[in-house]
Design a protein around this ligand. Structure first.
Ligand SMILES: Nc1ncnc2c1ncn2[C@@H]1O[C@H](COP(=O)(O)OP(=O)(O)OP(=O)(O)O)[C@@H](O)[C@H]1O
Ligand SMILES: [Mg+2]
Length: 376
């Protein structure tokens, strides 16, 4: 799968732009703050319908404007495939008329020109994997960052997971609202607990399965990056005491029952997959606590490589690789092995200053120079 062209208007610091890409290597250069990462973000937006940088969609609309449009043309198994995302500052313009009430929808997604009902409908069409320095937070950051990594990877591969997660969050929200009520009906909590255990188990089942596939793939990627010197293990750490997917529903139900008094006191649901985590271990040591800077970076890249491999395994597609500022963080050996690995894919690499040797290693390339939100 490759992206052939992108067009956008009023996206971040771009006013209006249309660019043709190389089918293999695209190197995006330019000084700091010119729009390199913005371009990577736009390509990723066409596959996920969301930004990898922010949860606030309106941030992507150029300052002072009320809407933006990003449109991409892809080649998917030799056939043209197009996706587009239109974002609006809330309340501006009705778009295609399917908005709610007065405000109108803040976003519209298109596949091959047809408007989609929800973001879930563009998922699974185009696969991209972004590597960014922010990925280090997956290794070093709070559990929430790892959950987001897990969820996004799963959503990319299984659009249905998006609905499962949404369902869980909706029931959780209702249960929390109930716990905050003046008088709580025990019968009602029973019903919510049952629903939450079922919805939560559906989420945990997917996470169990995905993590074990991810761990195997990350182990291979890490061995490749470190020339077999290190071995990484990724483990799913569900917040409840379930050790396998089959037990998740029962144990979650039981945990909710046992924690009910406390939940009523705290007025929120303390246990459940909204508190899950991943463990990252290299050579028996927890990476977050004991990993060196280089080991942590290597692990972050191995996680992304693993995601990419799972895309290939589960869909047969080669994801488009978007490498934002990551090469500069690796030593020459690890850089070389990474680039070798990417030989067959369409790849985008951003760099403030270009490393000639690394570029030469990539072979046929297109250089895209960016200055103040313009391709020059
Ligand atoms: N909504 C927006 N409207 C206008 N400009 C924006 C918007 N969002 C971000 N920008 C601008 O885009 C620029 C940053 O672009 P980007 O992050 O792509 O830089 P970059 O080329 O990747 O730089 P670096 O090399 O530092 O990573 C900033 O100057 C920022 O102010
Ligand atoms: Mg950048």
């Amino acid at each position: 799968m490759i992206i052939e062209t992108i067009e956008f208007s009023n996206f971040r610091n771009y006013v209006s732009e249309a660019t043709v890409f190389h089918e293999k290597v695209n190197i995006i250069t330019g000084k700091n703050a010119q729009g390199k990462t913005n371009l990577i973000e736009a390509i990723n937006l066409l596959s996920m319908g969301k930004s990898f940088r922010t949860r606030k969609e309106s941030e992507m609309i150029r300052f002072g404007e009320v809407s933006c449009l990003v449109k991409g043309m892809f080649l998917k198994q030799g056939r043209p495939y197009g996706t587009a995302v239109e974002l609006r500052v809330n309340g501006h313009g009705g778009g295609s008329g399917s908005g709610h009430g007065g405000g109108g929808k803040a976003h519209t997604y298109f596949v091959n020109g047809a408007e989609m009902l929800s973001v879930a409908d563009i998922l699974g069409g185009v696969y991209t994997v972004v590597f960014s320095p922010e990925d280090l937070r997956i290794v070093k950051g709070e559990p929430e960052v790892r959950r987001r990594f897990l969820d996004r990877g799963l959503i990319l591969l299984r659009p249905l997971y998006y609905h499962k997660l949404k369902q869980y969050r909706a029931v959780l929200k209702s249960r929390n609202a109930l716990l905050k009520a003046e008088r709580v009906s025990i019968d009602l909590i029973d019903i919510y607990d049952e629903q939450l255990a079922a919805a939560g188990a559906a989420v945990m089942e997917e996470r169990f399965r995905h993590t074990s596939a991810l761990s195997a793939a990350a182990k291979r990627a890490d061995a490749m990056l470190t020339d077999e010197k290190e071995s990484i293990e990724i483990g799913y750490r569900p917040n409840i005491a379930a050790e396998k997917a089959e037990d998740a529903k029962e144990i979650f139900g039981e945990t909710l029952r046992r924690g009910r008094e406390r939940d009523l006191l705290m007025k929120s649901t303390e246990a459940g997959p909204h508190r899950d985590d991943l463990s990252l271990v290299v050579d028996g040591k927890d990476l977050r606590t004991y990993g060196s800077q280089g080991q942590q970076r290597t692990a972050a890249i191995a996680l992304r490589l693993a995601e990419k491999e799972l895309v290939r395994q589960e869909t047969g597609e080669e994801a488009i690789l978007l490498l934002d500022d990551v090469m500069s963080e690796l030593d020459a050996d690890r850089q070389g092995r990474l680039l070798e690995r990417f030989g067959a894919n369409q790849i985008f690499v951003t760099a403030a200053v270009l490393d000639e040797k690394a570029a030469a290693a990539l072979g046929a390339v297109k250089f895209i120079r960016i200055e103040e939100g313009k391709v020059i």
